[in-house]
Structures are given as structure tokens and as C-alpha cells.
Design a protein around this ligand. Structure first.
Ligand code: 3PG
Length: 400
């Protein structure tokens, strides 16, 4: 983006593909980290006299307008952060978007509505995506790719649009890629990876790859129960991906052969019921050993012994990558595991990277100072796929 700014952008319509996919409760943004992360790029462009057109997806609407997924709250928050009026187009490439963009003065910013309200954005059909990209291209003179959280998606605004306009990477993408490079080349050891979140299937690729790179892998969250089951433990009604058990077993064997330490929970908090995340009514969980989960109960967080164990396994790390919460942190009775891992990262002198929409939001929602971490990534799936060594369409499109 520095080259673009040096060339001059006065009066140019600059399309910024951001990732404003923020967590919402109704129309209230519960974590604005992703908006703040792209703010400097937008500010620089506006200060340089560009007419800035910000675009993003939010959630997974079904290719048609759906008020529950409107970007209006994100546009309003962006305006508050920029301390200026941000225009909002109520469609993506229709009359509203055209009028709003045409009405921009130099240095002004607009947000267009959720890109996924148009089926062309996510289509698997190249022609359909291309047709939408053609329409988006009419709104701008230059493309700035800065939605790091979406670079793993082969979507019209991420992959096809840059081919139709002069394009550069924004500052956020440059920072994110710089950090992830540090985790893939010449890593300082011990390199400890903490993986959580609901689904083991989302993490298989990265585990496969990290078995060649990491010294220690700590597992928590819903995905831990598939590992515990693979080890022959009963997991009651906990989250379980039975079809993944053979792969998980193979990984455990490979870890052993390679001397990679694989650490699983030794105790968990269980309950017969999933907690009410709206009322946050007390859930009264009990703590049981990880090999003694009652048949009618589900594990919802790592237990106190596991918290201590994981903190000790993180204490001597030189590099840490953490993706995925350790439990249902949105409920106070199941937040301690995620808090303990976050605290261990804060206390550690290691270079710490928190990757992922959920874990990044978790550390902020739980009240941690984001500056206490080496880097909090705005990309969940994107940072995992980068670490898997995959080619990311949104980065490839910016490279040529
Ligand atoms: C994310 O939240 O990881 C990004 O915004 C991408 O969203 P998606 O998984 O719906 O494509």
C-alpha cells in the first residue's frame, strides 16, 4: 500500500476488501477487533485523498439480502472509530452502491452492504463469480486487499476482483503474513501449539503439518473429546467426530514416533446440559477426570489440573501459536480454561500468536490486554490454512 500512496490516490476510488465479519448479538458488536485492525489502512487512504469504498462479508447469508447479516452496525462502528461520517450503501452493486460511491468526495469513506448478499460472491462457478467481480470493478479504480480473515476463500471480491483492477496488499495483510512467516521459517524453540475449538476436522490439516514443526501440541475445546475417545475413554454426550478417530489415532502414533509431545486434558468440567449463553444462568458443572466422563454428561471446559498442566507446558516455550478456545468461554462457568491459556501466554516471554476469530475475540471479551500478546491475528481459517502451507487465493491474487 505504501507504493500506492506514494503514487498518489487523490480522487481515486479505492476498493478496500476488508474482513468486517465481527461477532454480533442482535445489532451490537461484541468485539470490534477486526474493524480496528483495518482502520489504519482506511485512514491512510482517506488522509491521502482517496475515495474509499470498503467492502466485506458478514456471516454466511444464503446469497440474498438478509437483515440479520447487514453490515450497517459495522459501518456505524467504523464511523465512530474514524470520527467521521461513513456513508452506507444498502446494496452491493445496485443503485444504492453506485449513488453512494458517486457521491464520495476526496478523503471520504463508504461501506457497501454485505458482499454475500449476492450469490456471485461465493459461487463455485467461475463465470458467476466473474460476473459479480465485473460489477464490483465498476465501483473502483484501484483494489486494496486487506481482509486477511477471508484470504483463504476463493470468492469474487477476494480472488476475481484483483485481476480486474490495479491491486496492492494493505498493511494488515502485510503484518499478518509477516507474523505467520515467523511461525513457518526458523521458529524459535520450544515451539508449542495450543489447539481448541469445536471441530477436530477443522484442525486436521494443521495438525498434520505441525507434527513436522512443533515440539508440543496441547489440545482442548470440543475437539479434545475425539482424541480422548481415540485413546479409549468414554466421553458421554460430549462433542465427538467418530469418523475422525482413525486419523486422530494415526496422528497420535506419528507424534510418538517423531518425539512431538501431544498433551490432552486430564480433567474436564461436565454437565448434563449445554449452558444458556443468553441468560448466563449458573450451570453448576462438576469436575471429573478425563477418563471418567459420565455417560449422560458432556465436557464443556478443561478442568483445574489441566489448566495447571497446560500452563506448565507453556512456561518454557519460545514460540506459541494458539487457535481455538478451551471450552464454552461465552459462559462464565466454562471460561476458566480459556482464561488460563490466555494468562499463560501473557506470562510467557515467548513470541505468542493468537490466531482465529474465536480465540482472538475470546481474549478481548475475557478482558485481556491485546498488547500483552505478540500478535492477535484477525484470521481463523486463514491463519490455519497458511500454517498448513496451502496457497491462499486472496494472497495469490495480490502477488502477481
Ligand atoms: C472468518 O470469520 O474466519 C472469516 O471472516 C471468514 O469467514 P467464513 O469462514 O464465513 O468464510
Amino acid at each position: 500500500i505504501d507504493e500506492l500512496l506514494a503514487e498518489g490516490v487523490v480522487g481515486k476510488r479505492v476498493f478496500v476488501r476488508a474482513d468486517l465479519n465481527v461477532p454480533l448479538e442482535g445489532t451490537t458488536i461484541t468485539d470490534d477487533g477486526r474493524i480496528r485492525a483495518v482502520q489504519p489502512t482506511i485512514e491512510k487512504l482517506a488522509a491521502a485523498g482517496a475515495r474509499v469504498v470498503v467492502a466485506s462479508h458478514l456471516g454466511r447469508p444464503k446469497g440474498a439480502p438478509d437483515p440479520a447479516f447487514s453490515l450497517a452496525p459495522a459501518a456505524a462502528r467504523l464511523g465512530e472509530l474514524l470520527k467521521t461520517d461513513v456513508a452506507f450503501a444498502t446494496d452491493t452493486v445496485g443503485e444504492s452502491a453506485k449513488a453512494v460511491v458517486a457521491g464520495l468526495a476526496d478523503g471520504q469513506v463508504a461501506v457497501i452492504e454485505n458482499l454475500r448478499f449476492n450469490a456471485g460472491e461465493t459461487s463455485k462457478d467461475d463465470a458467476e463469480r466473474g460476473a459479480f467481480a465485473d460489477q464490483l470493478a465498476e465501483l473502483a479504480d484501484v483494489y486494496v486487499g486487506d481482509g486477511f480473515g477471508a484470504v483463504h476463500r476463493k470468492h469474487a471480491s477476494v480472488f476475481d476482483l484483483p485481476a480486474r483492477l490495479p491491486h496492492v496488499a494493505g498493511g494488515l495483510i502485510a503484518t499478518e503474513v509477516g507474523v505467520l512467516k515467523k511461525l513457518t521459517e526458523d521458529v524459535d524453540r520450544p515451539y508449542v501449539v495450543v489447539l481448541g475449538g469445536a471441530k477436530v476436522s477443522d484442525k486436521l490439516g494443521v495438525i498434520d503439518h505441525l507434527l513436522e514443526k512443533a515440539d508440543r501440541i496441547l489440545v482442548g475445546g470440543g475437539m479434545a473429546y475425539t482424541f480422548l475417545k481415540a485413546q479409549g475413554h468414554e466421553v458421554g454426550i460430549s462433542l465427538l467426530q467418530k469418523d475422525q478417530i482413525p486419523t486422530v489415532l494415526e496422528y497420535l502414533e506419528r507424534a510418538k514416533a517423531k518425539g512431538v509431545e501431544f498433551v490432552l486434558p486430564v480433567d474436564v468440567l461436565v454437565s448434563a446440559e449445554f449452558p444458556d449463553l443468553k441468560t448466563k444462568a449458573p450451570a453448576n458443572p462438576t469436575t471429573v477426570a478425563a477418563d471418567a466422563i459420565p455417560a449422560d454428561q458432556e465436557g464443556l471446559d478443561i478442568g483445574p489440573e489441566t489448566r495447571k498442566l497446560y500452563a506448565s507446558k507453556l512456561a518454557d516455550a519460545a514460540t506459541v501459536f494458539w487457535n481455538g478456545p478451551m471450552g464454552v468461554f461465552e459462559h462464565p462457568d466454562y471460561a476458566e480454561g480459556t482464561k488460563a491459556v490466555a494468562q499463560a501466554l501473557v506470562d510467557s516471554p515467548a513470541f505468542t500468536v493468537v490466531g482465529g476469530g474465536d480465540s482472538a475475540a475470546a481474549v478481548r471479551i475475557l478482558g485481556f490486554d491485546e498488547n500483552a500478546f505478540g500478535h492477535i491475528s484477525t484470521g481463523g481459517g486463514a491463519s490455519l490454512e497458511y500454517l498448513e502451507g496451502k496457497t491462499l487465493p486472496g494472497l495469490a491474487a495480490l502477488e502477481d
